[in-house]
Design a protein around this ligand. Structure first.
Ligand SMILES: Nc1nc2c(ncn2[C@@H]2O[C@H](COP(=O)(O)OP(=O)(O)OP(=O)(O)O)[C@@H](O)[C@H]2O)c(=O)[nH]1
Ligand SMILES: [Mg+2]
Length: 224
């Protein structure tokens, strides 16, 4: 509990047995429920997560968005917090982010990775890709945003009733933020320290970057 609210943490995982062990180990006591989504893992992600007290949801449809849809359906908290199962986002910052959401009366907080606390945590092509996607989102949707691709959010679970988030893949991340903004929810960003990844890279940067970019145009022009 934090601010008298029940807190659910949802972690999508595709083969993150080492990462998820570290992430759960770093979770502060304020988190009431940890939902780990096993997205066709072929390693011991599910066993590790269960042994550390997480609820494990199995999702067969591949993809980051499909994993999140299943995990959010299973979450029961008043607030949903998300991050990757790879140790890049700081679980230690969750209580402070919740306090910020309440203090600012926001409905949706997105943790902003830029400027990078650790320059080595993200390659230059990924930094450039993030910049292109964020600027495109700003221009197409006339909205200020600093990090459209961040995977760490804190939001009221009740928002899920109104938001229409469709993507099963990586575009889910920008889509959920744009949905929050376009539906008129109070949206804000707060800086966090982003670190280097544990385990193998899953993102296919050129393919996923292109899919994310074309998704923005499809959403803007009502083609979804
Ligand atoms: N890429 C990818 N990630 C998935 C999938 N299903 C679940 N995930 C998890 O979603 C989270 C985000 O994916 P990442 O591969 O870390 O993507 P990223 O953070 O943009 O890229 P890097 O951390 O730099 O590799 C991780 O915890 C993944 O394990 C999937 O089908 N594809
Ligand atoms: Mg990651």
């Amino acid at each position: 509990m934090r601010q008298n609210l029940k807190i659910s943490l949802v972690i999508p995982c595709y083969n993150e047995e080492d990462g998820v062990r570290e992430v759960i180990g770093r979770c502060p006591p304020e988190i009431d429920e940890i939902v780990v989504v096993d997205n066709n893992c072929t390693d011991r992600t599910a066993e590790v997560a269960r042994s550390l007290g997480a609820v494990v949801v199995s999702e067969k449809t591949p993809g980051y968005g499909a994993a999140y849809k299943a995990g959010m359906k299973a979450a029961t908290g008043d607030l949903i917090v998300t991050l990757d199962g790879d140790g890049t986002y700081p679980p230690e910052s969750i209580p402070a982010l919740i306090d910020k959401l309440i203090e600012k009366r926001w409905d949706f907080l997105s943790a902003c990775r830029f400027p990078l606390a650790d320059k080595a945590a993200m390659g230059l092509t990924n930094q450039f890709g993030n910049w292109v996607l964020t600027v495109t989102a700003m221009v197409l949707f006339f909205t200020p945003i600093k990090d459209s691709q961040s995977g760490m959010w804190v939001f009221k679970r009740s928002l899920l009733e109104k938001m229409r988030v469709t993507s099963d893949g990586m575009p889910f991340s920008q889509e959920i933020k744009l949905e929050a903004i376009l539906r008129g929810y109070r949206f804000g960003e707060e800086h966090i320290a982003y670190g280097a990844r544990i385990g193998e890279v899953k993102l296919q940067k050129w393919r996923d970057g292109w899919l994310n970019l074309s998704f923005l145009f499809q959403k803007r022009f009502g083609l979804l």
